[in-house]
Design a protein around this ligand. Structure first.
Ligand code: IPE
Ligand code: IPE
Ligand code: MG
Length: 241
């Protein structure tokens, strides 16, 4: 009889892809400080942040990542002034409108994590159209976290799991917004903050973390490469030895 409980058998097998990483998530932080340094309005930083998103999505695809998850708007970001929220929603509309064709053409599958249904109806419609148009794609999955809070996600998942049967880690995991994604390998945060800000708390249990002082608008594919190279050099033990 195996001494290994079924729930952890197989954990630790590494996948292919970029330096062994299959799924990378990024807390894209520092747009406001980037703009402030240039004595520009915060919206200018967010606009440049969208350019970085585009570049990093292309790079992730080129590096063969299976999934890239980007934290775009947290459930706590509603605390920001209304004009900044409106700017962010405007950039989100612009991003979907301008970049969807490229995703379709390049076999990118778009997913959303977080409770996006409460966003403006036109955005919800654009998102659902984008998800549908890329659903059959088999290349890199781009998961965008919108109105996302990890504690809320876990609570929702636990409630759904409870409706189906006993609440176990596996049952909760199967109901998380990220159930459609590979296990999280590497979590990156830009801008020098060393915290998770309610992002992927469950999924980060055994993820590697990489923090950089670089502000999101200055983040380049070379930084992603550096993070993946360092990831490849780390020894992951998952509690074993
Ligand atoms: C990240 O940049 C973008 C979002 C949170 C939407 P910030 O707007 O948080 O920039 P800083 O942290 O104020 O520099
Ligand atoms: C986290 O950044 C959320 C996103 C990047 C979307 P914040 O700027 O909101 O995080 P805190 O408030 O500094 O923790
Ligand atoms: Mg911030």
């Amino acid at each position: 009889m195996s001494l290994v409980p079924a729930s952890i058998a197989g954990v630790g097998e590494s996948g292919g892809g970029a330096g062994g990483a299959r799924h990378v998530a990024i807390i894209m932080d520092g747009n406001g400080r980037w703009a402030k340094k240039r004595m520009m309005p915060r919206a200018f930083g967010h606009k440049r942040g969208v350019d970085t998103v585009r570049e990093i999505c292309r790079a992730a695809r080129g590096m063969g990542l299976e999934a890239l998850t980007l934290y775009a708007f947290s459930s706590e970001n509603w605390k920001r002034p209304a004009d900044e929220i409106a700017d962010l929603m405007g950039f989100l509309r612009m991003f979907i409108r301008n970049d969807l064709d490229e995703f379709v053409a390049n076999n990118v599958r778009l997913r959303i994590i977080g409770d996006y249904h409460v966003l403006a109806p036109d955005i919800v419609e654009m998102i659902e159209d984008a998800i549908a148009r890329t659903a059959a794609n088999t290349g890199t999955t781009l998961a965008v976290a919108l109105n996302y809070g990890s504690q809320q996600e876990i609570a929702r998942a636990a409630a759904r799991a409870a409706e189906k049967g006993p609440i176990t880690p596996e049952a909760i995991e199967a109901e998380l917004d990220t159930a459609c994604l590979p296990p999280l390998d590497l979590l990156i945060r830009t801008s020098g903050e060393i915290r998770l800000s309610n992002f992927l708390l469950w999924q980060a249990a055994y993820a590697e973390m990489w923090f950089t002082e670089v502000l999101w608008p200055d983040f380049t594919p070379a930084h992603l490469r550096e993070a993946l190279d360092q990831f490849a050099a780390r020894e992951r033990r998952f509690g074993g030895r």
